[in-house]
Design a binder for this molecule. Structure first.
Ligand code: PRP
Ligand code: URA
Length: 209
């Protein structure tokens, strides 16, 4: 079964409060999402493999560690996932970025796939799939299917806010995918919105309404 990690770091929790606040405008919302994505990326990379090297310090030779150079792919679910990409790239500037375009049909809430573009060497990369919201879980589920269908073997899913319903569906459908969340909220409302949530992540990021 996939593991679920809820990041309770004070900086993440503090910034998330202002992301939730309906008075927070587009500019600040975007900046905060970017900052939280960086902080979450710091936590999510804890298990990155390291190689031992020798380095000459001004004093002596030291045994030290460097990243072993595992290839990373960051994949935002369009649109709202885009808001998290730059924040992650600050820590992993060499990562490649793919895109998966989905929107939820407003009537059925079912995700409709409209665009998939991934790095060519999909099967050699570890992927971080990002979307601020995990609500019914439908979008994440379809996006993970799209990644796996093209050869991705190692996928982590990272979001700001999740509903218990979405987490359960994802754990069930993709037990090999670990889920990283800044907050696990109470429930979904009748329109598939997370309660208390932050509203519509895409609209708040891009100023559309
Ligand atoms: C939002 C959000 C997720 C999805 C989550 O996107 O960014 O992708 O809903 O909901 P789910 O877990 O029930 O599938 P939306 O469909 O509103 O599209 P947008 O990003 O283009 O606004
Ligand atoms: N998508 C959003 O943007 N917000 C929610 O609360 C649920 C899905």
């Amino acid at each position: 079964m996939g593991k679920v990690f809820v990041f309770d770091h004070p900086l993440i929790q503090h910034k998330l409060t202002f992301i939730r606040d309906k008075r927070t405008g587009t500019k600040e919302f975007r900046e905060l999402v970017d900052e939280v994505a960086t902080l979450m990326a710091f936590e999510i990379t804890r298990d990155m493999p390291l190689d031992e090297v020798e380095v000459e310090t001004p004093v002596t030779t030291a045994k030290a560690k460097v990243l072993s150079g595992k290839k990373i792919g960051i994949v935002p679910i369009l649109r709202a996932g885009i808001g998290m990409v730059d924040g992650i790239l600050k820590l992993m500037p060499a990562a490649k970025v793919g895109h998966i375009g989905l929107y939820r049909d407003p009537e059925t809430l079912q995700p409709i796939e409209y665009y998939v573009k991934l790095p060519a060497d999909v099967d050699e990369r570890d992927f971080i799939l990002v979307d601020p919201m995990l609500a019914t879980g439908g979008s994440a589920l379809v996006a993970i299917n799209a990644l796996k269908k093209r050869g991705a073997k190692n996928i982590k899913f990272m979001c700001l806010i999740a509903a218990p319903e979405g987490v359960e569906i994802l754990k069930e459908a993709h037990p090999d995918v670990d889920i990283y969340i800044a907050a696990l909220d109470e429930k979904l409302d009748d329109h598939g919105y997370i309660v208390p949530g932050l509203g519509d992540a895409g609209d708040r990021l891009f100023g559309t309404k």
